[in-house]
Design a binder for this molecule. Structure first.
Ligand code: ASP
Ligand code: MG
Length: 418
């Protein structure tokens, strides 16, 4: 039949019993007549533990050595899972990133995959073997070990599915699928049966951390159908993630998410001349700092101000860079605001429907929630609010957009059989 890539996260392989359960899920898929490639994360909180260990040696560990260290976590779980599968009488083989040929850029700790060799994978599949691949890691063309960034095993799995032209990539996790928001905040929130790559991508970017955003980008680019499903309830199909073209959307908003990991930087008294924004953001980009929301409004007396958000962990670096470029940029004061949460509504269905933004602002106003900054894209509206208001904002927006019950989206005709 087809090729199925399955990915199991750290919680699914946290102990030997759980590894045996994963082996069962893998064998079930193999018994369906499919060729199976499994991608696994490190057991439980192994990666956190390894990071802690490194920090106990030095505050500033070398990034090459960090990759050397962190990549060991996944190597443990592939060997154990392979043994568990073999102990059930099935043929299986483990492979690390280097053995597969998961080629990445030469950037330590957040490398992107540039190519995946399929010859060895195909050879083992032809021999009837289940292949267990270490997620999160790759190798540069020079043979240096790299990692893909926290949560990167999702991306490993999708990239392997794309390279093998797999029929589907199933991401098994400890939740039952993709919810319109965090069920810990809105307990009766809907689970989506189907959601589009585009919506999932926006939800992942604005703080719904079900999937590594790059995994969804890769799935979209190569049109890999993805399922997010529970590793504890194997019969549940979870949420299918496919292209928006296959969906008939009747709700404007598919999900609500909050991101409390950003800070806001405000630069005042910038000269209102061509090239100012290019200088500010060029300097940050040169140091690999990504910027999210950016607002620049009316100039007064030839001076303007720009406000933008960055990841809190990039704040110190960003301030240092802006300070060292102060004369070049000709900036005035630089202020920071750490008390922000970015609350976003996401939905491919908002494209042709006016009034969604107004409904969002009204719902927040009725809860007396002040909006500090607003930004929009085609399928997303984000508002910065104070951190303490984030949960209330999520609740009121789920209510406003009817995400507390019923289905979120339906597929034209029957659900695709993938
Ligand atoms: N083990 C890595 C992490 O904890 C990668 C992953 O789990 O996806 O971030
Ligand atoms: Mg994960």
């Amino acid at each position: 039949m087809g090729i199925i890539v399955q990915k199991f996260g750290g919680t699914s392989v946290a102990d030997p019993q759980k590894i045996h359960n994963v082996a069962k899920a893998v064998i079930k898929e193999k018994n369906n007549g499919n060729d199976v490639v499994v991608v696994v994360s490190a057991m439980g909180h192994t990666t956190d533990y390894l990071i802690k260990l490194a920090k106990e040696i030095t505050n500033n560990p070398d990034s090459r050595e960090m990759d050397m260290l962190l990549s060991t976590g996944e190597q443990v779980s592939i060997a154990l899972l392979t043994m568990a599968i073999q102990s059930n009488g099935y043929k299986a083989v483990s492979m690390n990133g280097q053995q597969v040929g998961i080629i990445t850029e030469c950037i330590h700790s957040k490398a992107r995959i540039v190519d995946i060799k399929t010859d060895k994978l195909n050879k083992y599949l032809k021999e009837g073997k289940i292949i267990v691949v270490a997620g999160f890691q790759g190798v540069t063309p020079d043979g240096e070990i790299t990692t893909l960034g926290r949560g990167g095993s999702d991306t490993s799995a999708v990239a392997i599915a794309a390279a093998l032209k797999a029929d589907r990539c199933d991401i098994y996790t400890d939740v039952e699928g993709v919810y319109a928001t965090d069920p810990r905040i809105v307990p009766n929130v809907q689970k989506a049966d189907v959601i589009s790559y585009e919506e999932m991508l926006e939800l992942a970017r604005v703080g719904a951390n079900v999937l590594h955003p790059r995994s969804v980008e890769t799935a979209k680019q190569f049109n890999v159908p993805l399922r997010v499903r529970s590793s504890f309830k194997l019969d549940n199909l979870g949420t299918l993630i496919i292209g928006v073209d296959n969906m008939e959307i009747y709700k404007p908003v598919a999900g609500v998410a909050a991101d409390c990991s950003q800070v806001r930087i405000l630069i005042s008294s910038l000269p209102d001349i061509p090239g100012t924004a290019a200088k500010v953001f060029g300097a940050l980009a040169k140091h690999n700092i990504s910027v999210d929301m950016i607002i620049q409004s009316l100039a007064i007396d030839g001076k303007n101000s720009i406000a933008f958000t960055v990841d809190a962990q990039d704040l110190d670096d960003a301030l240092k860079i802006l300070d060292s470029e102060k004369d070049h940029i000709q900036s005035g004061n630089i202020l920071t605001d750490k008390d922000i949460a970015k609350v976003s509504i996401v939905g491919a269905g908002m494209v042709d429907r006016p009034g969604i933004a107004a409904d969002m602002f009204k719902a927040l106003a009725e809860k007396n929630i002040n909006i500090k900054m607003i930004s929009t894209s085609e399928i997303k509206i984000s508002c910065l609010v104070e951190k303490q208001n984030a949960n209330d904002a999520i609740k009121v927006l789920c209510k406003e957009f009817g995400l507390e019950s019923k289905e979120i989206a339906v597929v034209k005709g029957d659900l695709p059989n993938i």
